[in-house]
Design a protein around this ligand. Structure first.
Ligand code: DUC
Ligand code: ZN
Ligand code: ZN
Length: 478
């Protein structure tokens, strides 16, 4: 018998901490040796001259998630995970979303049925808590956390999903008691509703007014409130899809006061602006409707600064795939539908890694180590998948990307493998793309998609790494 199933030879390995030249020995899907001159493998790949990073963990994606508004997500677990693998991502964490009135357990079981036998890469689930009844808070949530669903999202906006402040406090308290990680969608719902009503009454219903209806102020206020609520309960939180300066300032303030407040941002806040939603009243801008909306060039720069200075822990895609053509995507309510009825979300699971490598690492804005931390390692730590996922280390899963950096290509939707008929990043130049992606040692991308649906496994998550000493119950914040 050979010592290894696979040796990736002469790799310029990059982890969140280091860079070194070595061979990577893989057996039974795991990394079992790192060293020079490894011998004896059924298969060898020469990576000489190429960077090898951990496979990406996209810890914020929406796949086959029921929407309840007549729109249908274009990607299920098969197309979404294939697309992820082709772009260098080897683990995704989508959301099992509780409908109001539904038990959390039923939401999880339904979501497993959607995933079973379909995924090409490994996946875990976040929960979305929309109905924190006594039974959910006292029984279901603690049980599910113990079973490996250790993170959940809370919305402060969207009528079908949002919790009020009292409900947020109760739900955060469960996270504190059980050691779960809470993700917060921070936008002020009443401000958005008030602005939307006024815009529509004035006849401003085109996609571009989506951005006007959700200004930075509504994100700043909700981010501030989320931080205050978490401080009161004394629990770490992660603010998701942070779009610009004013929200980042809130997070920096919290971090500088010793609060465990983490931040996540996404490609749309680096590469799109409010102008991407259109400068006239055409419906085309619906392609870039997402929430929070992209801001302006000044805010893009502040988001880059946040990636550079450690304000952000996670760079995810928030892949929320809706087709532009066809009856059930962006046009589910017609081509003249007001912005408030257009499905929120844009695709990005396949382009996340290459965009950040091209624009971040290749252009000298972030180090390769920061790239690895932001796209893989930090998410693995925050969501209880480390060290199995998110690193290149002995014992870790052999989830690996060999990068091709001899490239200067224009990104087009034809290159991609999602089931969406556009990419918001059409025409951007890319100077890097994965030459090969390995998931647990199996090649899932080498210029063509490989691997069978069902090879991806569900990953129960551990509780996140302990963040800090907790306050005593009797102490309140100053
Ligand atoms: N905003 C969300 O909160 N989720 C999915 C997509 C979006 O735009
Ligand atoms: Zn959200
Ligand atoms: Zn989302």
């Amino acid at each position: 018998m050979q010592a290894f199933d696979l040796i990736i030879r002469n790799a310029n390995v990059v982890t969140a901490a280091d860079g070194f030249l070595c061979d990577i020995g893989v057996r039974d899907g795991r990394i079992v040796a790192l060293g020079l001159g490894l011998q004896g493998a059924a298969q060898e790949v020469d990576a000489r001259g190429r960077t090898v990073t951990p496979g990406g963990i996209d810890s914020h994606v929406h796949l086959d998630q029921p929407t309840g508004d007549g729109s249908v997500m274009a990607d299920d677990f098969e197309s979404g995970t294939r697309s992820a693998a082709c772009g260098g991502t080897t683990t995704v964490i989508p959301f099992a979303c509780q409908q109001k009135g539904q038990s959390l357990r039923a939401a999880v079981e339904d979501y497993h049925r959607r995933a079973d036998g379909r995924a090409l890469i490994d996946y875990a689930f976040h929960l979305i808590v929309t109905d924190p009844t006594e039974d959910v808070l006292r029984r279901e949530l603690p049980e599910l956390i113990a079973e490996g669903y250790t993170s959940f999202k809370i919305y402060m906006t969207y009528d079908a999903l949002k919790l009020n402040d009292r409900e947020i406090l109760e739900t955060l308290s469960v996270a504190r008691a059980e050691g779960a990680m809470v993700m917060l969608h921070a936008e002020n719902s009443d401000c958005i509703a008030w602005l939307t009503e006024r815009l529509l009454a004035a006849g401003h219903s085109a996609p571009r007014y989506h951005a006007t209806s959700r200004p930075m102020l509504v994100e700043r206020e909700a981010t501030h409130r989320a931080i205050a609520l978490a401080e009161l309960v004394d629990v770490p939180i992660l603010i998701v899809h942070v779009s610009g300066r004013q929200a980042i300032e809130q997070i920096r303030w919290a971090q500088s006061h010793g609060l465990k407040v983490y931040g996540e941002t996404c490609p749309q806040y680096l590469f799109l602006t409010a102008d991407s939603l259109g400068c006239d009243d055409s419906f085309e801008g619906a392609k870039c409707i997402c929430s929070p909306p992209p801001r302006d060039a000044g805010n893009q720069q502040v988001v880059w600064n946040g990636l550079q200075n450690g304000s952000f822990e996670v760079f995810s895609s928030d892949h929320a795939p809706f087709r532009y053509g066809g009856p059930d995507g962006k046009r589910a309510h017609g081509e003249t539908a007001p912005f408030s009825e257009v499905a929120n979300g844009i695709p990005g699971v396949e382009t996340r890694m290459a965009l950040l490598w091209s624009e971040g690492v290749r252009k000298g804005r972030i180090t390769p180590q920061a790239f690895v931390a932001l796209t893989a390692t930090n998410a693995a730590r925050l969501y209880g998948l480390y060290p199995r996922k998110g690193s290149i280390a002995i014992g870790s899963d052999a989830d690996l990307v060999i990068w091709d950096e001899d490239l200067d290509i224009e990104l087009t939707n034809e290159m991609l493998h999602h089931n969406v008929d556009y990419t918001p990043y059409e025409g951007m130049r890319l100077t890097a793309w994965p030459a090969m992606t390995f998931a647990r040692g199996e090649r899932v991308w080498d210029g063509s998609p490989l691997g069978e649906p069902g090879r991806g496994e569900f990953l129960p998550c551990a509780r996140p790494e302990p963040a800090k000493a907790r306050r005593r119950e009797s102490e309140l914040p100053e």
